[in-house]
Design a protein around this ligand. Structure first.
Ligand code: GLC
Length: 595
């Protein structure tokens, strides 16, 4: 097992260090891929120059939106520095009046700042957990900066007006992107982003006594299960857009290395394979649920993040001859993906009844039961559980297989990115409201529902002692999901629901020292192996509070319905002779039909 992607940062600067703040540690003669300098140099020579001198940041700091396809900065002034005491508007005098931070907020900010990781004297991320006393000091990899875990930290900092750490994070993780790595003689795709990285001290070459800091990434080669983190690159793209929108610093987005980074991630995701579906095919555990949980194939979480990242990338890619094909491919994939998810992942009472009456073994292009689902797959729990009103996107759809479990992150992110129809989005929130005790209970939010038990647990998790029923990924409750819930509620005009969930969590999180997760069907216990002082629990809470206070800033992450994408899919279906191609068809097909 070898990985050669450590970055040594604090060394002399080459010409290209103007593009990359730092350069990589190892240069191997036998490497399979061109290194990042070569990739970028190549891109720079074929693309229209963005900035003729390749100067990384034009000093004006003014946004230059003409180069980007569709990204717009926020219309409101985004970065009014938040004072120590946040502000609310006094309804009588219309004057901002200071709102005193709660005890939990004060404590959370203290802990979040303490979790910051520095590299060469600059903040670059936050550790996953700062629980020194945990499990006899056994840190596993909780002392690392995880890409996905940093999302709520990044947002808390951005919403508070502190942008430097996010910018540093984006650029340093970019350097780590799939850098000449091999795992047991195999090289994963070049655009892969690491799951996490660590700052460690390493001896300086030729100086026996000296040490310097290096960045050490983990692409899954050390992670339990050795799974590649497919979600990392998607989160990176989503964060890049959020950073661009809130700061207006489009110069960062237009940099050749950043544009190349986006394209490498997209290349991995959009490459042709054996797939019949527009959904992204991945192995088990390639996202937040990073252990075996029966989510291989086309899990919802990855599809929602994929859709969101594609929409972000479409806005951020710069205009030049080379990007036209890519932008077309993105648009086609977006149309097909939303059609597929809206049509085949959605269940409500009516759809369930349809599945219940499915005929099987239909051989034809016009089959109703396209994936040959046997109605016996409808689990007993769902028959009673599905409410009369509302519905949700199921966890996975594959040939002869529907995973009917409810996965929170995928459903919430489908709302945020407009992967669902507006009506479906409303339906998901109303299901959550209806099933509040099951999904939120005494601690928001269940990661998945219900738990796998008995034989299912043995077969599907491989008897995983950490994922026992109603624990950890298997029906545990993860307070970090609060910020994604808040975001979805704001998007759908239901901040009251988010407020209710936050109030449930606030005091308990503080009293319990910010656990990573809770166990039992009603989340009554702190999780069996849960870390305390888990950073994304802390940051998720703060981000939720900040978003509720400035709901207009939610738009740095959300997307509205895009009729052009709807038309794209309806038109292509019409070419199969099935429907007429028009804006009206698109709407009725994807908005009106079922939900
Ligand atoms: C666990 C979680 C994963 C998270 C990591 C660090 O492995 O499953 O989603 O990124 O811990 O907190």
């Amino acid at each position: 097992m070898a990985i050669t992607s450590t970055i040594r940062p604090c060394c002399s600067h080459l010409l290209l260090s103007q593009i990359f703040p730092k350069y990589p540690y190892h240069f191997s003669k036998s490497r399979k891929y061109p290194n990042r300098y070569e990739v970028v140099a190549q891109a720079a020579s074929t693309a229209q120059p963005l900035h003729p001198t390749l100067d990384p940041v034009p000093s004006t700091g003014l946004p230059t939106p003409i180069l980007l396809h569709g990204l717009k900065p926020l219309e409101i002034s985004p970065l009014l520095p938040f004072p120590e005491k946040s502000r609310t508007v006094d309804p009588v005098h219309h004057e901002p009046t200071p709102r005193t931070e709660t005890v939990a907020e004060r404590e959370a900010w203290k802990l979040l700042n303490r979790a910051v990781v520095n590299y060469c004297g600059k903040p670059v991320g936050t550790v996953a957990a700062a629980d020194a006393g945990a499990f006899k000091g056994e840190l596993l990899n909780y002392d690392q900066v995880f890409i996905r875990d940093f999302m709520p930290s990044a947002l808390a900092f951005l919403l508070k007006g502190d942008t430097e750490i996010v910018r540093n994070f984006l650029l340093h993780t970019l350097q780590l992107q799939s850098w000449e790595k091999t795992v047991d003689c195999h090289s994963p795709g070049q655009g892969l982003m690491p799951a996490s990285f660590k700052v460690r001290a390493a001896p300086i070459d030729g100086n026996a006594s000296g040490e310097e800091e290096v960045l050490d990434p983990d692409f899954g080669e050390s992670a339990i299960g050795r799974v590649a983190p497919v979600d990392s690159g998607l989160w990176w793209i989503i964060l890049l857009r959020a950073y661009g929108k809130i700061t207006g610093d489009f110069s960062l987005l237009e940099r050749v290395d950043v544009q190349t980074g986006i394209k490498l991630i997209l290349k991995l995701c959009l490459s042709d394979g054996f797939d019949m579906f527009p959904t992204l095919l991945v192995t088990d555990g390639s996202c937040m649920i990073d252990r075996r949980m029966g989510i291989h194939g086309h899990p919802l979480e990855i599809q929602s993040l994929f859709y969101s990242a594609l929409r972000c990338a479409r806005e951020m890619l710069t205009f030049n001859g080379g990007s036209a094909d890519l932008i077309r491919a993105i648009k086609n994939r977006l149309s097909a993906l939303s059609f597929h998810i809206r049509e085949y992942y959605w269940v409500d009472l009516q759809k369930l009844n349809e599945i219940y009456r499915y005929k099987t073994e239909e051989y034809s292009q016009n089959a109703t039961n396209k994936f040959n689902i046997y109605p016996e797959q409808i689990p007993d729990w769902l028959v009673d559980w599905i409410p009369n009103r509302g519905g949700y996107l199921i966890g996975n759809v594959q040939p002869a297989h529907m995973d009917f479990r409810f996965f929170s992150l995928g459903n919430l992110w489908a709302i945020v990115s407009s992967l669902t129809t507006p009506k479906q989005a409303e339906g998901i929130l109303s299901l959550i409201e209806e099933k509040w005790d099951d999904l939120i209970g005494t601690m928001p939010l269940k990661i998945s529902y219900p738990a796998l038990e008995s034989d299912e647990w043995r077969i599907i998790t491989g008897s995983d002692p950490k994922n026992t029923p109603w624990s950890y990924h298997n029906g545990g409750s993860w307070p970090t999901l609060l910020w994604q819930f808040t975001l979805a509620c704001i998007k759908m005009g239901r901040p009251d629901l988010a407020q209710r969930a936050i109030s449930t969590a606030e005091k308990r999180l503080l009293d319990d020292n910010w656990p990573e997760y809770y166990d039992t069907p009603t989340s009554r216990f702190v999780g069996k192996q849960s870390r305390l002082y888990q950073t994304w629990t802390i940051a998720g809470f703060l981000t939720s509070k900040l978003l509720l206070e400035k709901p207009e800033l939610a738009s740095i992450l959300t997307f509205e319905e895009d009729n052009e994408l709807l038309e794209g899919c309806a038109c292509r279906l019409s070419h199969n002779g099935r429907t007429r191609c028009s804006r009206q068809t698109a709407k009725s097909q994807l908005l009106g039909k079922r939900a």
